[in-house]
Design a binder for this molecule. Structure first.
Ligand code: SF4
Length: 378
């Protein structure tokens, strides 16, 4: 009998969406129904290949938009997963949903699987900005879907929000946060709008159609988020993530703590035995490679120890709990102060990090300037 290796997390990528949002640079395509079934077969082959080799603590079905699958396809996906993964013994089983793609039948299918956590991409409660982003749902539809999920018994729901839209005011963002809390989610991710090269958003900004908000306005929104959610009982546990204590996302914490994960699907990353690799991104090419039993990996790397140590520190500092010298040594095999003592001292003097309880963590000021702080360790 072969011995199963424990890998903390399994990620399954569903790369289909109804249409592309203008800011999106995720590996997703507009769904063409004829390839969905072939893609699900490819996912099954991937899961078959690891069946019996690994046990997992968390599973995360992300996208794209997993719930763009129709009721039959969604049930097929969930059945494939439970056939090859011990879903009964998971500590967390999440699916990402888009409010414009759910209905009672699909919620029923989710409830009938072992899924216990739903992450809803709402982004804004203001229809003006939902339209601007190219989202396929209204604020009312998002609220209704949230209520349906609650009524059907989901007790762990996360809401994704974005702030910092062109022309958005702090007051509008305050209203968004208040609307969000009326729903009483267990977890909130609040990211500042990013301008990724190659997206229509960047094209529209370059052509003068939109004007990016100033850094100070973005910062005011970030700081208000931290204060407001903190005062309402949400733990600010990662730069952009907030949770009722005990409801932090275990799956994403695996990434931030540089622990191992397996990714199944087009463009999915894995990190196993010190090696990080990425599957073929193009959905059709991925399906063809699976069918032809060809190598699915389009990129892999094993970082040298010092680079890996730098990555470990950067990821760990995303968490507000930071990292202790001992944890850093256990994860990287390197001594924290020997490797980064100079940078840590300079950043501490600038009030950007501190060493409370022998842990290195970002201060409040450091959280606001996290990108610049992290650059010091690259
Ligand atoms: S729904 Fe999500 S993955 Fe799909 S296009 Fe919009 S942002 Fe991208």
């Amino acid at each position: 009998m072969s011995i199963q290796k424990h890998i903390p997390s399994l990620y399954i990528h569903i790369p289909f969406c109804i249409s592309k949002c203008i800011y999106c640079d995720f590996n997703s395509i507009v769904m063409k129904s004829q390839i969905v079934d072939e893609y699900l077969n490819a996912i099954e082959s991937g899961l078959q290949a690891i069946n019996g080799k690994y046990s997992f603590t968390t599973v995360y079905i992300g996208g794209g938009t997993p719930t763009v699958l129709n009721e039959i396809q969604l049930s097929k996906l969930l059945n494939i997963i439970s056939k090859h993964v011990d879903v009964f013994n998971l500590k967390e089983y999440t699916i990402e949903v888009n409010p414009g793609t759910l209905n009672d039948e699909k919620i029923f299918a989710l409830k009938n699987s072992c899924i216990d956590r739903v992450s809803i991409g709402i982004q804004s409660f203001n229809d003006k900005y939902l339209k601007l982003l190219g989202r396929i749902h209204t604020a009312k539809e998002a609220k209704d879907i949230f209520s349906s999920l609650r009524e059907k018994g989901f007790e762990d729901i996360s809401i994704d929000l974005i702030y910092g839209y062109p022309t958005q005011t702090l007051n509008e963002w305050k209203t968004d946060l208040r609307e969000c809390l009326i729903l009483d989610p267990e977890h909130i991710s609040a990211y500042c709008l990013t301008y990724e090269q190659g997206t229509p958003l960047v094209g529209m900004t370059d052509s003068g159609k939109f004007k990016k908000l100033g850094e100070e306005e973005e910062l005011n929104m970030y700081e208000h988020t931290n204060d407001f959610l903190g005062n309402k009982g949400y733990k600010h546990y990662e730069i952009s993530n907030f949770a009722i204590p005990g409801k932090e996302c275990q799956h994403n914490t695996v990434y931030w703590e540089n622990r191992e994960y397996i990714g199944i699907g087009a463009g999915a990353f894995s990190y196993n035995n010190g090696e990080r690799c990425c599957n073929i991104k193009d959905v059709k090419e991925y399906i063809s490679a699976v069918k032809a039993k060809k190598n699915l990996i389009c990129f892999s790397e094993k970082l040298p120890q010092e680079k890996r140590a730098s990555e470990i520190l950067i990821m760990a500092l995303r968490m507000t709990s930071g990292i202790s010298e001992k944890e850093f040594f256990n994860r990287s095999g390197c001594n924290l102060t020997e490797l980064f003592g100079t940078q840590l001292n300079i950043l501490a003097q600038a009030g950007l990090i501190n060493f409370d309880d022998e842990r290195v963590k970002l201060t409040r000021k450091g959280l606001s300037l996290a990108d610049s702080v992290m650059m010091e360790f690259v």
